[in-house]
Design a protein around this ligand. Structure first.
Ligand code: ADP
Length: 236
């Protein structure tokens, strides 16, 4: 299967006049346009119920817009075949709000799953995955199954799984919702490291304005269905 050519300078994510409605009178997003620069870090904020998760679902191709165009890596996703979309999807690392861990796998196995699925040999990735889990504070929980993990621990396994392949674009829905301030900053540093080292673009939905103030970033805000870009200065 041949993929459409992707330019390295193309915005990893771009919305052109995107609207979403869940039904008559249930408009969530109206005429939203923005793009993320390659290697940038952007927070998406707004009150609860404003449409942050909805926007992220559009970005990771779990939802189609009612109107407008969602492009990933310079390609209009509506024009991609199912196979092309699947390939695009592999460039994304997604942290779901509800974690979506596999219950029969350990924390280590969950975090390593994308590597296993990609056919990598365990002996080649074992140390990297262990190091990553140690970094997110799960060094002593690697063999635990999700049922025995706290919400914050599950969240960190989900984050490890999302970053383990060093994706081109990380999309994270409230990834610090269940952890304390110190761990939240540590997780943001992990995203920043990927930003810096492999030019990963990061989009994080959060309603935690303090986290935004502490983290150098671009800021998008949704309120009343409308999306606006705010400078980091505006968030201070
Ligand atoms: P946020 O992530 O900012 O809290 P969401 O994107 O989850 O907001 O939700 C935005 C609005 O859309 C809310 O009013 C929510 O109830 C509604 N909504 C979300 N998903 C659905 C759905 N599948 N069907 C109908 N309404 C939905």
């Amino acid at each position: 299967m041949k993929e459409r050519t992707i330019s390295p300078d193309a915005p990893p994510l771009r919305f052109d006049r995107v609207s979403v409605s869940y039904g008559p009178g249930l408009d969530v997003l109206t005429d939203a346009s923005f793009e993320l620069r390659p290697g940038s870090m952007t927070f998406l904020t707004g009150p609860s119920g404003a449409g942050k998760s909805t926007l992220l679902k559009l970005a990771y191709l779990a939802l189609r817009p009612s109107q407008g165009r969602v492009s990933l890596f310079g390609v209009d996703t509506a024009r991609q075949s199912r196979g092309e979309r699947a390939l695009t999807r592999r460039k994304l690392g997604v942290v779901f709000q509800e974690f979506r861990l596999l219950e029969h796998l350990t924390a280590y196995e969950n975090a390593a799953l994308p590597l296993r699925v990609a056919g990598d040999k365990e002996k080649r990735y074992r140390n990297d995955v262990r190091e990553l889990l140690e970094w997110v504070g799960l060094g002593d929980r690697m063999n635990a199954r999700p049922a025995t993990l706290s919400g914050g621990e599950k969240q960190r396994v989900a984050i490890a799984r999302a970053v383990v392949m060093k994706p081109d674009l990380i999309i994270a829905d409230e990834p610090t919702g269940n952890v304390d301030t110190e761990m939240a900053d540590r997780l943001m540093r992990l995203f920043r490291e990927l930003n810096r080292r492999v030019n990963t673009t990061v989009l994080v939905a959060t309603h935690d304005m303090e986290l935004i103030r502490r983290t150098p970033s671009d800021v998008l805000r949704i309120a009343n269905g409308l999306l606006s870009r705010q400078g980091q200065e505006a968030a201070r």
